[in-house]
Design a binder for this molecule. Structure first.
Ligand SMILES: Cc1ncc(COP(=O)(O)O)c(C=O)c1O
Length: 389
């Protein structure tokens, strides 16, 4: 039994989530429920593996061992019924860098890349900062749930459109796309010769009643027309160790992508990242199963609290991820007023919805990957803030 209730002080650890909040929010004394890392310590197997390697004392160049590949292959097989071959797996020091590499490998300056907004904000940067054009295919928001807009997608594709960035499960709206939804999206992309970069970093955090489908598992054609971005970082809370695996079944696509990495000599993982990945995938499944139970309870607690105490807010029930997207339009504030309200009246550091795209401007994203007591404190601050209006 792991103790997810234990609160660990993360202040003064150079934590992006907890430290230097003044620089970002103009205020230090805020409770942070923003950036996507959790406040839980890693499974014991990971910390023990790191300690053992650390004690060795020599930290020279490191390669991806056969144990590394086997642990990834076995995880994908056990948790996702996905039969991955060793040669499909390419290490990168993060999923976001991989998105940028994909943009450079498969598009030319001036080409277009589609994303489904509101979406994880670095998607915009990896397209725009590389001199390509962002084309938004906004999700449809209907009766408290989000859907893909296939008609809009077909309308927006033209001869300069090369890639589509899929977020699956979707951050921030929390959808776990069904096989049918993915197949329909895939058909449109296949018909128009658009390669899909599927960011599946949140794929292990799925709530009861939902199933994640790896895009490459939808059909043989999609297996050959997709790049699947995976990592143990969200699942096991090791984002600071910077390790991810980009899995590409199609040989030609894989070789083109690898070439881009080789140009920057990104070929070897950090020793500690690799050790953590092996311990995570081989020895930490019980921790994940307990974490999922805990997050399920956090999610239910959050939803019930808001429903019972703050009817002005509407929680979009997440199907996956530990991120909760909240519709704040009932507060009758504009985007700037909302931001100010959550920081100055509620004293919470959240992700303001507008950063995920125009469509998010009356939303806030809450990270519920924290001990229940922190969540309770945050919700009490929220309640008090609302009562002060
Ligand atoms: C959808 C999505 N992709 C990628 C990342 C970050 O990936 P990495 O830290 O591996 O670059 C995040 C982190 O929040 C995310 O939510």
């Amino acid at each position: 039994m792991y103790d997810f209730d234990r609160v660990i002080d993360r202040q003064n650890t150079n934590s992006v989530k907890w430290d230097k909040l003044e620089e970002l929010y103009g205020k230090e004394d805020l409770l942070p429920l923003w950036v996507a890392d959790m406040d839980f310590p890693v499974p014991t197997a990971i910390s023990e593996a790191l300690k053992t390697r650390m004690k060795h004392g020599v930290y020279g160049y490191n390669f991806t061992s056969s144990e590394y590949y086997e642990s990834v292959i076995s995880w994908m097989n056990r948790r996702h019924s996905w039969h991955v071959k060793k040669e499909w797996i390419i290490f990168t020091p993060g999923v976001v860098p991989a998105l940028s590499y994909a943009v450079r490998a498969f598009t030319k300056p001036g080409d277009k890349v589609i994303l489904q907004s509101p979406v994880y904000h670095p998607f915009y940067n990896s397209i725009g900062d590389n001199g390509r054009h962002v084309v938004t295919n906004p999700l449809i928001y209907r009766d408290g749930k989000y859907y893909m807009d296939y008609e809009d997608l077909e309308r927006k594709i033209d001869s300069r459109t090369r890639l589509l960035f899929l977020c699956s499960p979707h951050n921030p709206v929390g959808r776990v796309w069904t096989k049918e939804e993915l197949a329909r999206l895939g058909q449109i992309c296949l018909k128009n010769d658009i390669l899909i970069i599927s960011d599946e970093i949140h794929f292990d955090i799925i709530f009861k009643g939902y199933n994640h489908t790896v895009l490459a598992n939808v059909s043989q054609e999609l297996k050959e027309n997709s790049i699947i971005c995976t990592a143990p970082s969200k699942t096991f809370n090791i984002a600071g160790l910077q390790i991810s695996n980009i899995i590409i079944p199609n040989k030609k696509i894989r070789e083109r992508f690898s070439l881009e990495l080789e140009k920057d000599h990104i070929t070897r993982p950090n020793i500690f990242g690799a050790e953590a990945l092996i311990a995570a995938y081989n020895e930490s499944e019980d921790w994940l199963d307990e974490l999922l139970e805990y997050l399920e309870e956090n999610k239910n607690y959050f939803i019930n609290f808001v429903e019972n105490n703050i009817p002005q807010l509407k929680v979009i029930e997440p199907e996956g991820t530990y991120l909760v997207w909240v519709d704040c339009s009932g507060l009758n504030m504009n985007s700037e007023e909302l931001k100010d309200f959550f920081i100055n009246k509620c004293r919470l550091a959240l992700n303001h919805g507008e950063m995920f795209g125009e469509e998010g401007k009356l939303f806030q994203r809450f990270n519920i990957g924290c001990p229940r007591s922190i969540l309770e404190k945050a919700l009490m601050r929220l309640k008090k803030g609302i009562e002060s209006l």
